[in-house]
Design a protein around this ligand. Structure first.
Ligand SMILES: [Zn+2]
Length: 307
């Protein structure tokens, strides 16, 4: 008999995200492990160490922030554009834990702060973080802030503070070893309406000197345990939902057809002159979509009808 597939999450092994509240619903708490999906991103994009840390942190942050979305069709996009070696990062996440990412500099040179400690701030440099929320409305919500550090976690927290006026603490980490990605994940604690200074001070103190998140994850600490450790026994931590997270690209032939049709008849006719046909490459998952010359000609015809 075939083994029954279940949604059971192995807390000590699988990538997943957990949501909770603490301090009698004054704090919203999230933690995610992304080790496997960052491994997958590293393989897809053939990432250098620093590029892997950059994309891994941004994807982990995007999954945490995508919990703000309301519907499963909604999308949260994070874009970092900057003047460093890593100049362009894009990640897109959904409410149900799917994320994909793209980096224009997958093989950026890795600078180190000290032995074994990568200097992401230097590699990213100065620039902007843009947050786009596609909420099924005509116009997406777009917010943008200047990068405050380039380490990504602080930059996402600064977005919440300046664009949404929500005090937020974010931890993100990607740990590498000789084999590749040893551990990756993130944690986000947000103030909910009605929060008082005392609780905010308490949270600030809890965060001071908290160990490096990726080290804890590498030791096998689960997302549930991360929240336990950060907030402690006096936090009245109440766990809500938990859900798997994964690297998932939404490209398919239908979408590629639509993208091609947007080029219009004239450009498609020009492309159809190549007897080898054309190949479209997906930047997010490295999939190739080949179109024969006859198929491109057919699309050129369709583009006239659609005009
Ligand atoms: Zn794709």
């Amino acid at each position: 008999m075939a083994e029954q597939k279940t949604n059971h999450i192995n807390h000590f092994k699988d990538d997943y995200l957990v949501q909770a509240t603490a301090k009698h619903s004054l704090l919203r708490c999230l933690a995610v492990r992304t080790t496997d999906l960052v491994k997958q991103a590293r393989n897809i994009h053939d990432l250098s160490p620093i590029s892997c840390v950059a994309l891994g942190r941004l994807m982990s942050g995007a999954l945490l922030m995508a919990t703000d979305l309301k519907n499963k069709q909604d999308r949260l996009t994070l874009i970092i554009k900057s003047d460093g070696d890593i100049s362009n990062l894009t990640t897109i996440a959904t409410l149900n834990g799917k994320v994909r990412g793209y980096i224009t500099d997958p093989r950026a040179i890795s600078h180190y702060k000290s032995a074994g400690k990568l200097d992401l701030a230097q590699s990213v440099g100065k620039g902007n973080l843009t947050v786009i929320k596609n909420l099924g409305l005509k116009e997406p919500y777009i917010g943008s802030v200047e990068l405050v550090s380039g380490e990504i976690a602080e930059d996402l927290a600064s977005y919440y503070f300046y664009s949404e006026q929500i005090p937020t603490v974010i931890f993100l980490g990607v740990r590498l070893n000789q084999q590749g990605v040893a551990a990756a994940g993130g944690m986000m604690i947000q103030a909910l309406p009605g929060i008082d200074d005392q609780t905010l001070n308490w949270l600030e103190n809890r965060c001071l000197g908290f160990p490096e998140l990726s080290e804890l994850l590498a030791e096998g600490i689960s997302p549930h345990q991360l929240l336990d450790l950060l907030l402690g026994v006096d936090a009245d931590l109440e766990y809500l939902a938990e859900s798997p997270v994964e690297y998932y690209c939404e490209c398919n032939r239908d979408r590629m057809n639509r993208n091609l049709l947007l080029l219009g008849n004239e450009e498609l006719t020009e492309l159809s002159e190549d007897s080898d046909g054309i190949t479209l490459h997906c930047h997010f998952c490295a999939a190739d979509y080949h179109y024969t010359q006859a198929e491109v000609k057919q699309l050129a015809k369709t583009a006239i009808i659609l005009r």
